[in-house]
Design a binder for this molecule. Structure first.
Ligand SMILES: [Zn+2]
Length: 195
């Protein structure tokens, strides 16, 4: 299976295109250590569904965990984490989401870079912001426009503060998206074999 791997990503702070392995953004000098100094301590995250804000009821958390387990059974390399947390409004939301994804290392310490098949859904119910952060291993499969589409689908539920419903829709959409890209990849594989 050959997958196109992007060599560049957008800086989460200033959106400049930077090399994946760059230690810092040449435009704004954002780096992981510098971001850590800016945003402070890592919140304590419960596995799979972490809500530090108390917006989700226990039953909601259990339902969402079941949904995540079902998706992870279908896609065993995938590690999914939902986070609801209040972030400081001083910094761009994408920077908080990027930093949290890296700091939490939900894929496990050995799974950095292209071995990272983790995906984090980050929601701030106070800022009314949401983001989906895929690990580098998933980035080539999950295009930003497809991920934005998932956020748009769940947007109305989030806006009416129905967090459980929004997350349920988002995870459903994500499962469908993963299913469609896994079929596309098989198509790529067959296509290559013909050459
Ligand atoms: Zn930058």
């Amino acid at each position: 299976m050959s997958v196109y791997l992007p060599q560049v990503i957008h800086c989460p702070y200033c959106q400049t295109l930077i090399q994946i392995d760059a230690p810092e953004c040449p435009a704004c000098r954002l780096s992981y250590p510098r971001t850590s100094a800016l945003v402070g301590a890592l919140p304590r995250l419960n596995p799979m569904v972490a809500d530090t804000t108390g917006h989700l009821r226990g039953a909601d958390v259990n339902r969402l965990k079941k949904q995540i387990l079902k998706i992870q059974r279908r896609f065993p390399q995938l590690v999914l984490q939902v986070v609801m947390h209040r972030f400081s409004s001083e910094h761009p939301f994408s920077m908080h989401a990027f930093w949290l994804f890296n700091a939490a290392a939900i894929a496990g310490e050995g799974k950095r870079g292209r071995k990272n098949h983790a995906l984090m859904v980050v929601i701030d119910p106070f800022r009314m912001d949401s983001a989906i952060v895929p690990g580098y291993g998933l980035e080539p499969l999950l295009r930003p426009d497809a991920l934005n589409h998932l956020l748009e689908l769940s947007g109305p539920a989030f806006e009416s503060k129905n967090w459980e419903m929004g997350l349920n829709l988002l995870l459903d959409g994500l499962e469908g998206l993963l299913e469609s890209v896994s079929i596309v990849n098989e198509g790529v594989k067959y296509g290559e074999n013909e050459f």
